[in-house]
Ligand binder design. Structure first.
Ligand SMILES: NC(=O)C1=CN([C@@H]2O[C@H](COP(=O)(O)OP(=O)(O)OC[C@H]3O[C@@H](n4cnc5c(N)ncnc54)[C@H](O)[C@@H]3O)[C@@H](O)[C@H]2O)[C@@H](O)CC1
Ligand SMILES: Nc1ncnc2c1ncn2[C@@H]1O[C@H](COP(=O)(O)OP(=O)(O)O)[C@@H](O)[C@H]1O
Ligand SMILES: [K+]
Length: 488
């Protein structure tokens, strides 16, 4: 944002104009979301975030609100645009320690924004705690004070818990990554008149995972196609009594549009599968040949390994065979135990086999695979990117804010998964959807991002009470949402 601001100013939009628009947007949200509120307390910090607060104060007062500004520090030490805006504020200003929380009906948090560089301490920390404890609704300017907008984590103990946040130009990672997203409340994005050329000057760290990111490569069935032209997915089945996970992946790959899906495994496991699946095919493993013959069949164009696979000698051998067969692969679950603390070796196996791989670890599996190689204080976006670069594969770092990262540096963050998607087996479904899309020719990053989005939409369409068994049946509703739905 500093780059965008600088480029906007260089292109002729003054900093004062940007700040006027930013503060105006804050006042608009106050008036729209809190119609009946009259008494507004604005907590203003020492920098430009405070400057936005002074603008909001003036605009709200002009609209007939009773406004008090509680300033951290003294007026004389304000600089630049913020000093200018403070000068234009004609209403009441008190010291931060005298902030009248009891009087206020709404608190605007304009203490710190993008310039936060260390944990809040002393009077700002006390004011933030008092604001949180006041029970008054809080509207944060840009980011809740105390939150690091780049990582989505508070820098220290004190952080505003906002009901809503108004941010400018583009969302920041902290608005979508947890716990930031929860601390922001409803997020409003305001255009403050930064020209497109200025916005283009900054390369975003990540994109929101929305259909616009991958819709153009989403597979459309062709009227002249047949089942094998829609792709054939092979799912490695582990031993009997651990078959549910691979079955969920297989069913989901089919629902995501693969023309054919086969579960491959030892006969005792297939006997269990046979009692459950119909459209999914079963292929008994030849104990001498393994599954490489099957994968070598050119009509198999994606394979899934990990869900319910087990960390056994047979499993390791089958995984090796998978790597030497090449193709597209979704690697999940037990793959991260097999390669515990050996990501370089996993990356080498992927590279040597020429495999186009999508890896789908949750945080625990990510830590197991990566050991201490990725700085744990880095943002989730940066951790996923670092792993993708090391592994030469698309990494899907799962959770409520699933990040998809490509080795080419692209990243997408999802914000559409409902909390009840955290249910056993949901990850196996995700692996299957991704494989189904890969088999239809979607590139890894796009397939992984689309799978994550569809997975979240499927869960939402089903609603609470969802189990992983329900998820494959909910995929058609997510596909309909994609077809009819938002073009964002
Ligand atoms: N032209 C611009 O730069 C625009 C900036 N805008 C606003 O400006 C904000 C960024 O402003 P600034 O860069 O001035 O930064 P802030 O207002 O976020 O912070 C002000 C200063 O506080 C100090 N500080 C950092 N952490 C502290 C801590 N824990 N305790 C005490 N002091 C601390 C730093 O020296 C920092 O520069 C954005 O978040 C946005 O609200 C908007 O007005 C739009 C235009
Ligand atoms: N709090 C949450 N809100 C939304 N989605 C979540 C949450 N926690 C986990 N998920 C999603 O649920 C799925 C769980 O997958 P995983 O952890 O692999 O479970 P399993 O191994 O049981 O399938 C992932 O897609 C993850 O992104
Ligand atoms: K703030």
């Amino acid at each position: 944002m500093a780059k965008v601001d600088a480029a906007a100013i260089a292109a002729g939009t003054s900093g004062v104009a940007l700040m006027e628009n930013a503060g105006g947007a804050v006042a608009d949200v106050c008036a729209r979301d809190w119609r009946d509120v009259r008494r507004v307390l604005i907590l203003a910090g020492p920098g430009n975030n405070g400057g936005d607060g002074f603008v909001a104060a003036r605009r709200l007062a002009e609209a007939g609100h009773d406004v008090v500004v509680a300033l951290a520090g003294d007026l004389a030490s304000l600089k630049g645009d913020a000093a200018e805006m403070a000068e234009r504020w004609m209403g009441r200003t008190v010291d931060l320690v005298e902030a009248p929380f009891g009087w206020a009906e709404l608190v605007v948090d304009a203490l710190f924004g993008a310039g936060l560089s260390r944990p809040l301490d002393g009077r700002s920390a006390a004011a933030v705690r008092a604001a949180n404890d006041s029970g008054r609704p809080i509207l944060a300017v840009d980011v809740p004070s105390g939150l690091d907008g780049a990582t989505g984590r508070p820098l220290g103990d004190a952080c505003v818990r906002a009901d809503a946040t108004v941010t400018f130009v583009r969302l920041k990672p902290g608005h979508v990554l947890l716990p930031g997203r929860a601390l922001c409340g409803r997020v409003h994005l305001a255009d403050i008149g930064a020209p497109d050329s200025a916005i283009a000057a900054a390369r975003p760290a990540a994109m929101l995972n929305r259909p616009a990111l991958w819709r153009s490569s989403f597979p459309e069935p062709s009227i002249e196609g047949h089942k094998y032209s829609r792709g054939h997915v092979a799912v490695w089945s582990g031993p009997p009594l651990a078959g549910g996970a691979s079955r969920l992946a297989a069913a989901s790959a089919l629902r995501a549009g693969a023309g054919a899906v086969t579960l491959v495994g030892p006969r005792p496991a297939l006997e269990h599968h046979a009692a459950h699946v119909t459209a999914v095919m079963l292929r008994e493993l030849d104990p001498r040949a393994g599954w490489s013959d099957f994968l070598a069949d050119r009509r198999v164009n994606a394979w899934v390994f990990g869900p319910g696979a087990g960390d056994t000698e047979a499993s390791r051998e089958a995984l090796d065979q998978g790597f030497s067969s090449g193709g597209c692969a979704v690697l999940d679950a037990d793959v991260f135990s097999i390669f515990e603390d050996r990501p370089e070796e996993l990356g080498a196996a992927i590279e040597d086999g020429g495999v186009e791989a999508v890896l789908t670890p949750h945080e625990g599996e990510f830590a197991r695979l990566m050991g201490g190689r990725v700085e744990k204080d880095a943002s989730k976006i940066d951790r996923a990117k670092a792993a993708a670069a090391l592994l030469g594969a698309t990494v899907v770092l799962k959770g409520p804010d699933t990040v998809v990262a490509s080795p080419d540096g692209r990243a997408a963050v999802a914000d559409n998964a409902p909390a009840y998607l955290a249910t056993a087996g949901a990850g196996d479904v995700l692996a299957g959807i991704a494989a189904g899309l890969l088999a239809q020719g979607m590139p890894c990053f796009e397939a992984a991002a689309a799978a994550v989005w569809l997975h979240g939409e499927a869960a939402k369409s089903f609603g609470r009470g969802l189990t992983a068994d329900d998820l494959p049946y909910a995929i058609p509703a997510a596909l309909r949402a994609l077809e009819n739905g938002d073009r964002s």
